[in-house]
Design a protein around this ligand. Structure first.
Ligand SMILES: Nc1ncnc2c1ncn2[C@@H]1O[C@H](COP(=O)(O)OP(=O)(O)OP(=O)(O)O)[C@@H](O)[C@H]1O
Ligand SMILES: [Mg+2]
Length: 272
């Protein structure tokens, strides 16, 4: 496991936020998925969003990335009120989201997946076609920057490991100019080594000045790379803590909803 000392943590918390979400509420009929959540992400930081199943994490980031419209509340992008109608709008502004299913086609090459929907072309008119040489070179270079040496650009995405696939999605977002990168549970299905690789990739991205929103259930993964931590519980925020201001135990406890965890520990006679 990657330990806390592996990454250098800057004090990004003094910079102006790239995205600021203020008192966001989201209702689905009479279900209140978000009941007034505030959260911001600043350049060069990794802000972890933690919480148990159903806490509202995915709903929250979908609101940030233009999938959902908030029922109430305000979104500021680079200080200005912003309302994204579609994920495409958010992406063009520089908010890139890597969803858990990654939206990749396993049988297609890494290059094809990397450029899907944004293919570079060469030639004009009838001669216009996909510029495969350029695309291959960019793909190899961008993956190398993230520490992955592909066998070749034709390698099918389906033959990569889970961690390498996450890295393709992250490298792609960075290449296309993301200012904010949202990762929904990128490490939840990975083994120890691949998790370390993905955390190292998050660290590289953060050090380029991109703001990373890292969603996780796993306190250890969050602590390994996070600069700030926000915990959601049943659509409400339990607060935001800076790295160093909160212990792993406190964070774990908050995530489990505090008292519920204490009760469980009591009944199991130990630390969960
Ligand atoms: N489209 C929807 N329609 C109705 N209810 C929804 C919808 N999307 C989410 N919800 C509800 O909102 C709440 C928060 O769900 P959400 O998926 O945001 O949680 P989560 O924190 O991402 O959970 P998990 O860790 O399981 O992914 C849940 O009660 C869920 O059932
Ligand atoms: Mg979710």
């Amino acid at each position: 496991m990657t330990d806390d000392s592996t990454f250098h943590h800057g004090d990004a918390t003094s910079a102006a936020p790239i995205v600021e979400m203020k008192n966001i509420e989201k209702h689905f009929g009479n279900i209140i998925a978000l009941a007034g959540v505030s959260f911001d992400v600043r350049p060069g930081e990794c802000h972890c969003l933690l919480g148990d199943n159903g806490a509202g994490k995915s709903t929250f980031i979908k609101t940030m990335s233009g999938v959902h419209k908030p029922t109430k509340g305000e979104i500021l992008f680079e200080g200005k009120p912003m309302s994204f109608s579609t994920p495409r709008d958010a992406m063009e502004a520089g908010i890139a989201t890597v969803f858990q299913d990654l939206a990749m086609i396993p049988l297609m090459s890494v290059t094809r997946n990397f450029f899907m929907g944004r293919e570079p072309t060469k030639g004009k008119g009838l001669l216009k076609r996909f510029d495969i040489d350029y695309a291959n070179e960019v793909t190899m270079t961008e993956m190398r920057k993230m520490g992955i040496n592909l066998r070749g650009p034709d390698q099918a995405v389906g033959t990569l490991s889970g961690g390498e696939r996450q890295t393709v999605a992250i490298a792609r977002a960075v290449h296309f100019g993301a200012k904010v990168l949202i990762l929904d549970e990128p490490t939840s299905a990975l083994g120890v080594r691949q998790t370390s690789n993905v955390l190292a990739t998050i660290d590289k991205v953060r050090n380029q000045g991109i703001g990373v929103v890292f969603i996780s259930h796993n306190v250890r993964h969050a602590l390994a790379v996070g600069d700030r931590f926000t915990v959601l519980n049943r659509g409400q925020t339990l607060g935001t803590a800076k790295r160093g201001d909160i212990s792993p135990e406190e964070l774990q406890d908050l995530m489990a909803g505090g008292q519920e965890m204490a009760a469980l520990e009591g009944s199991l006679g130990g630390t969960v």
